[in-house]
Design a protein around this ligand. Structure first.
Ligand code: MV4
Length: 454
C-alpha cells in the first residue's frame, strides 16, 4: 500500500481523499494556493505545501510545482480528484516518469477516452451500443451532408476533442449543415487545437444515465449500478439520484454488463464512469467514458455501501477487488444536491462571498460533504460548489422527503446559494413522479419571490 498520497486538488474532494487516507493509515499531503491557506484541506492533511498564487493555472494546474511538492514530501502517489489535472494525459505521464503512481488511468488511456470518436470506436468494438453515425472523423461537410441525408434529420455534429457538451451543433435542416459544420470546425480547432468532427443521429429528449465502475490490475471490473444525471443546466449537473426511476432490474443488468465489457476491453483500472444516453424507447447508447472519480460518486456509495475512493486507491496500489462486488445489491435510494454559491434568481451568477454563518443539516441518512465553515472566504478563482448534500432513504419517496427536510435545515449566510432552487425543484410534481429528461431545466422556472423555505 502507499505510504503517502499527495492530493492535487482542493475543496470537498480534497477532504474526501484525506479522510480515505486517514482510514487506510496512509499519510496525506495537501497542496494549496495562496487563496486556500485557510481552507480545510490545508488544515486537515498531515502535511501541506503551498504551490503558488490563487489562479488555477499558477497553482492547481501547475504540474511542475505539484510534482516538486510530491518529491520534497516523499509522496509515492498523487490523487488528482476531479477537474484540474484529473484527465490530463501529460500529467499522468509526468507522474509515471517520476515514479509516482497517478491515481487514475495511464496517459494512453486518458488520451484514448479523451478523443471521443476513438472512444466510441473502442466501445463499439467491445459490443457496447453506440449512436448511429459517421465511422470516425468526417472528412468534409459534403460527407456529413450525404450521411445525414441517409440517416435522416436531426443530426448532431460533435467535436472529437470536446465532451461534456462543448463543441456540439444540432442540425435540424439539410440547408443548415454546411454552415454549422464550418462553425463547429473553427470553434473546436481554436478551443481544443483539434478540429476533428463526427456526426450522430440526434436523440431527442434523452436521459443521461451513467454507470459507476471499479477495475483492478487483475482484469476484474465491477459495476456499482447507475446514476440518473438528467437534471443539468448548461451541462452542469445539479441533482443526481440512484437508482434511476426509469431503469428496471433487467435494464440495469444490461447497462452494467455493457459498461463492464467496455471497461474490460481497455483494461480499465481504478474508478471510472461510462455515460449513456437512454432514449424514450428504453434503448441506451454509449456517450463518453470519464476516467476519474466524479462529484456524484457519493450516491453510489450510499446505495452499495462501498467506499469508492478507498477501493480506487487500493486498485492503484495493486490490490485485488473483492469477489463479492459481482453480487452487490442496491439498497434503498440516494439523492445528491449540489449546493453552489450562485444566485438562481440571476441566471446562476457566482456569489463568492464571506460565509457569515453556516449550519449543516443532519439526522438519519443525511450526509454533507463540504469544505466550508463560518468565517470562510470563498475564493473567486475556482468552481462555485460549496457542499454536496446527500441523502439515503429506504425508497425514493423517503429520500425525496428527507432531502426536502435537509434543504430547509441547511443555513448558509453570506453568499446566494442554490438551496432555494433545489427546494422548488423537489416540490415539482414531474420531478416527484420521476418524469424528466435532459431538457427539464430548459423550461423549469425558479420563482425568486417565493423564498419561504417551508
Ligand atoms: C447527444 C445528445 C443527443 N443525441 N448526442 C451533451 C454532453 C455530451 N456528453 C453529449 N451530449 C449530448 N449528446 C446525440 N447523438 C444530447 C446531448 C445532450 C445532453 C446529454 C446529457 C446530458 C445533458 C445534455 C444536454 C443537452 C444535450
Amino acid at each position: 500500500m502507499f505510504n503517502k498520497i499527495l492530493i492535487a486538488n482542493r475543496g470537498e474532494i480534497a477532504l474526501r481523499v484525506i479522510r480515505a487516507c486517514r482510514e487506510m493509515g496512509i499519510r496525506s499531503v495537501a497542496v494549496y494556493s495562496e487563496a486556500d491557506e485557510l481552507s480545510l484541506h490545508t488544515k486537515f492533511a498531515d502535511e501541506a505545501v503551498c504551490i503558488g498564487p490563487g489562479p488555477s493555472k499558477d497553482s492547481y494546474l501547475n504540474t511542475q510545482a505539484i510534482l516538486t511538492a510530491a518529491e520534497v514530501t516523499n509522496a509515492d502517489a498523487i490523487h488528482p480528484g476531479y477537474g484540474f489535472l484529473a484527465e490530463n494525459a501529460d500529467f499522468a505521464d509526468m507522474c509515471s516518469s517520476h515514479n509516482i503512481e497517478f491515481i487514475g488511468p495511464d496517459g494512453r488511456m486518458i488520451e484514448a477516452m479523451g478523443d471521443k470518436a476513438s472512444a466510441k470506436a473502442t466501445m463499439k468494438a467491445a459490443g457496447v451500443p453506440v449512436i448511429p453515425g459517421s465511422e470516425g472523423i468526417l472528412s468534409s461537410a459534403k460527407e456529413a451532408e450525404k450521411l445525414a441525408a441517409e440517416m435522416g434529420f436531426p443530426v448532431i455534429l460533435k467535436a472529437t476533442a470536446g465532451g461534456g457538451g462543448r463543441g456540439m451543433r444540432v442540425v435540424y435542416r439539410p440547408e443548415d449543415l454546411a454552415n454549422l459544420y464550418s462553425m463547429a470546425q473553427i470553434e473546436s480547432g481554436s478551443a481544443f487545437g483539434n478540429d476533428g468532427l463526427y456526426l450522430e443521429k440526434y436523440i431527442e429528449n434523452p436521459r443521461h444515465i451513467e454507470v459507476q465502475l471499479l477495475g483492478d490490475k487483475f482484469g476484474n471490473v465491477y459495476s456499482l449500478g447507475e446514476r440518473e444525471c438528467s437534471i443539468q443546466r448548461r451541462h452542469q449537473k445539479l441533482l443526481e439520484e440512484t437508482p434511476s426511476p426509469v431503469v428496471s432490474e433487467a435494464l440495469r443488468l444490461e447497462m452494467g454488463e455493457a459498461a463492464v465489457a467496455g471497461a474490460k476491453r481497455v483494461n480499465y483500472v481504478g474508478a471510472g464512469t461510462i455515460e449513456f444516453l437512454l432514449d424514450k424507447h428504453g434503448d441506451f447508447y454509449f456517450m463518453e467514458m470519464n476516467t476519474r472519480i466524479q462529484v456524484e460518486h457519493t450516491i453510489s456509495e450510499e446505495v452499495t455501501g462501498v467506499d469508492i475512493v478507498k477501493r480506487q486507491i487500493e486498485c492503484h496500489a495493486g490490490l485485488k477487488l473483492p469477489d463479492w462486488l459481482s453480487k452487490i445489491r442496491l439498497r434503498g435510494h440516494s439523492i445528491e444536491c449540489r449546493i453552489n454559491a450562485e444566485d438562481p434568481a440571476k441566471d446562476f451568477q457566482p456569489s463568492p462571498m464571506f460565509i457569515e454563518n453556516v449550519h449543516f443539516p443532519g439526522g438519519k441518512g443525511v450526509r454533507v460533504d463540504s469544505h466550508i465553515y463560518a468565517g470562510y472566504q470563498i475564493p473567486p478563482y475556482y468552481d462555485s460548489m460549496l457542499a454536496k448534500l446527500i441523502v439515503h432513504g429506504q425508497d425514493r419517496e423517503e429520500a425525496l422527503a428527507r432531502m426536502l427536510g435537509a434543504l430547509r435545515e441547511f443555513i448558509i449566510e453570506g453568499p446566494k446559494t442554490t438551496i432555494p432552487f433545489h427546494i422548488q425543484l423537489l416540490e415539482n410534481s414531474e420531478i416527484q413522479q420521476g418524469k424528466f429528461d435532459t431538457h427539464f431545466l430548459d423550461s423549469f422556472r425558479f420563482d425568486p419571490e417565493r423564498d419561504d423555505e417551508s
